[in-house]
Design a protein around this ligand. Structure first.
Ligand code: OOG
Ligand code: NI
Length: 469
């Protein structure tokens, strides 16, 4: 079979990301504006900073890079999503519990499907943040509502048998012949389009009173891509340019502040999409037109992945910023986002070093080591963060909700953890830290082999002396 007539998983992934992006651009016009502005910002950034601008990803990768978000209702649906993404070489990584990460009613747990090998990430890093409802959690759902929700979810089909059969075949055979690939991509894209079916008004509103997220997931008989996020090289510049175009962004860029040291993890911001016209079926059986505001736009800038130690420092810094900002706000009612950023920068300056060399030396960030071309030593390269942040994710959910919903904190929450998620998926759930560590170990082994030395000597000396380039 020739290469042109058989699509490998990464080719399916890249084509799927393009297909979703085309569909979303047609359905949500502000997304197209966001893409245009992102491309302008990144191109200007590269023009200004040269090769340094591409330190965390080539401009080709960054320009094509997207993440999406979807939400499903049951473990069965979750396991089906895993099959569809598995066909494209996207594997579940990480466990996120957003039930406690948010003050609003967000009754979901999540994982992210993404490529896990370095070469696969370089080919196309498309990832999808995937959340599922925890219908058994009494803080959100009574036993009666849980039962009716489960009945509703059990009666719907998000992914048809044809799509799942093609997905299984692609996963088993390492890809699909061209015509089946086209059919797979068509069905997969269609599964994430916004449905035009009338929404049962009473049911939707009942769920919405508990949680807008629950209504979005369990109030309709289909799922949809909820946002699609381009990556940009300078998110502060992007924020300013979007506002200049008259698109109102949420108040803040989430995640680390802008500062003079290396960018770490993930910085994200978003805007609320316009309400979209939808039809509803009333309790009296009448079909009426109304609107729902369920989809939005988001953009992100990615930084260096942090080790467990680095992540602990990050989490502590975020708490410290919260406390200091709360105290300052209590003293000064006119406290602004700019002032909060000042506080954040000060906390960052005492938490993180201002150079990559120090980030590596202190064991806070992940770096790979590559043998120099002349074979005399190694140089250090930052590992880009490929995952998400629970706190920012909760912020994204929250900033786009129509209401806070209702959460009964006196009830006991239902235990859910990474093992439970793995069971629901019917697959191994990858630990992000292990994946980064493997990537570093493999680079050291490769570099040591090229140089003809013991990898152990590289780990001790070069972590501190590896030149930045
Ligand atoms: C997912 C929100 C999380 C992110 O970028 O952190 C997310 C959702 O709204 O379904 O996409
Ligand atoms: Ni997102």
């Amino acid at each position: 079979m020739s290469a042109a007539t058989f699509l490998e998983p990464w080719q399916l992934r890249a084509a799927f990301a393009r297909s979703l992006s085309d569909m979303y651009g047609k359905e949500v016009p502000a997304y197209t504006t966001l893409l245009d502005v992102s491309h302008e910002v990144s191109a200007d950034f590269v023009a200004k900073h040269g090769a340094d601008a591409e330190r965390l990803g080539s401009i080709a990768r960054v320009t094509a890079e997207r993440h999406g978000a979807i939400r499903v209702g049951t473990p069965t649906e979750m396991s089906q999503v895993a099959r569809v993404f598995g066909a494209m070489g996207m594997h579940p990584v990480g466990f996120y519990d957003l039930r406690d990460a948010s003050s609003s009613s967000v009754p979901v747990i999540s994982t992210a499907f993404r490529p896990i090998e370095r070469e696969e990430l370089a080919r196309n890093p498309f990832r999808v943040f995937t959340s599922m409802l925890v219908t058994a959690d009494r803080r959100f759902f009574t036993a009666d509502l849980e039962r009716r929700l489960e009945n509703f979810l059990a009666a719907r089909t998000l992914f048809g048998p044809e799509l799942l059969a093609l997905a299984d075949r692609a996963e088993a055979e390492g890809g699909l012949p061209e015509d089946q690939a086209a059919e797979f991509l068509r069905l997969a894209t269609e599964a994430f389009e916004l449905s035009r079916e009338p929404v049962d008004q009473a049911w939707y509103r009942e769920l919405e009173a508990v949680s807008a997220v629950a209504a979005d997931i369990g109030g309709i008989a289909s799922t949809h891509i909820n946002h699609l996020t381009p990556r940009v090289l300078d998110i502060d510049d992007l924020y300013a340019r979007m506002e200049a175009r008259g698109i109102t962004m949420i108040d803040a860029i989430q995640g680390p502040p802008r500062w003079e040291g290396p960018d770490v993890l993930l910085r994200q911001t978003s805007f609320r999409a316009l309400a979209e016209p939808r039809t509803f079926r009333t309790a009296a059986g009448e079909i009426i037109s109304d609107s729902l505001r369920v989809r939005f736009g988001e953009v992100e800038a990615r930084g260096i992945a942090l080790t467990r130690e680095g992540r602990a420092a990050y989490d502590a810094a975020v708490l410290e910023i919260d406390e200091k900002a709360a105290a300052a706000r209590a003293e000064e009612p006119g406290f602004t986002e700019a002032q909060r950023q000042e506080i954040a920068r000060a906390v960052w300056q005492k938490t993180f070093p201002t150079t990559e060399a120090e980030l590596a030396a202190q064991g806070l960030g992940w770096f790979t080591y590559e043998a120099d071309r002349d074979g005399t030593g190694v140089h250090r390269e930052p590992v880009v963060y490929e995952d998400f942040l629970p706190r920012s994710a909760a912020g994204i959910f929250q900033s786009n909700l129509t209401s806070d919903g209702a959460k009964d904190a006196s009830q006991q929450g239902t235990d859910r953890d990474a093992d439970w998620m793995s069971g629901a998926l019917g697959r191994e759930l990858n630990d992000p830290f292990d994946l980064y560590a493997d990537q570093v170990d493999r680079s050291l082994a490769r570099a040591a082999e090229t140089l003809g030395v013991d990898p152990a000597t590289l780990t001790t000396t070069d972590r501190t002396t590896g030149a930045p380039r």
